[in-house]
Design a protein around this ligand. Structure first.
Ligand code: FOL
Length: 209
């Protein structure tokens, strides 16, 4: 393979593409979170995992801090935490599942040199997403498109720059292509999912040209 897939994974509320409020997710969607875990971890019984390779998740420092202590580092994935204050690309000496890096470009470049890394997922937050969507190494977006049922308003203070103008550079793929990409162990429903006052669907986008 020429290089690893570099994939943005994000859930956003339409039409404004809200992704956060006061440093956390503006919703609690259990099934959607399970999809996030399954997609970013990758299938359990592939030869890849048997051979000791795993996926990486890259996130900003604030997103790291937003993850409940009991869930971090996200298990069965290499967790890469970004901060401009960090030095280059450094493995946590006490935990082989955590790496600190000083920037998105550097993190992707270093991860792509590691044979033991399969897919690279970028998991936010807003600042990192909005850099990633403009980064030439990022070739796919897994966007969960959320709609609020009954037109309820939800407070949002953080948004994804993936409006009509940005979407022109990307092509939305079919549900079958999404299924092929995430693999048979990930449950991709044929219909929209309703949970907690929201209706949502999973989508895959590929960068044009
Ligand atoms: N992408 C999608 N599609 N949905 C999300 O909720 C999402 N969230 C983030 C990034 N991309 C996303 C960032 N926020 C956890 C918490 C917050 C978070 C990401 C992950 C977390 O604790 N995850 C655990 C499972 C937690 C649980 O089961 O409730 C994990 O193992 O991944």
């Amino acid at each position: 393979r020429l290089s690893h897939d570099v994939v943005v994974v994000v859930a956003a509320l339409l039409p404004e593409l809200g992704i956060g409020y006061q440093g956390r997710l503006p919703w609690r969607l259990r099934r959607e979170m399970k999809y996030f875990v399954d997609v970013t971890t990758g299938s359990r019984n592939t030869s890849a995992l048997a051979l000791g390779s795993r996926n990486a998740v890259i996130m900003g420092r604030r997103t790291w801090e937003s993850i409940p202590l009991r869930f971090r580092p996200l298990k069965n994935r290499l967790n890469v935490v970004l901060s401009r204050l960090f030095d280059d690309f450094l493995l946590n000496s006490e935990n082989e599942n955590i790496v600190y890096s000083n920037g998105l470009d550097n993190a992707i470049e270093r991860l792509q040199q590691l044979e033991s890394i399969n897919r690279i997922f970028i998991i936010g937050g807003a600042e990192v997403y909005n850099l990633a969507l403009k980064n030439e190494k990022v070739n796919r977006v897994l966007l969960t498109e959320i709609n609020s049922i009954g037109g309820l308003d939800h407070k949002m203070d953080t948004f994804l720059d993936f409006g009509a103008e940005e979407q022109k550079k990307w092509e939305k793929k079919s549900t079958q292509e999404l299924r092929d990409f995430v693999g048979e162990n990930v449950d991709v429903a044929a219909e929209d999912i309703e949970e907690n006052g929201f209706r949502y669907r999973y989508t895959l986008w590929h960068k044009k040209q």
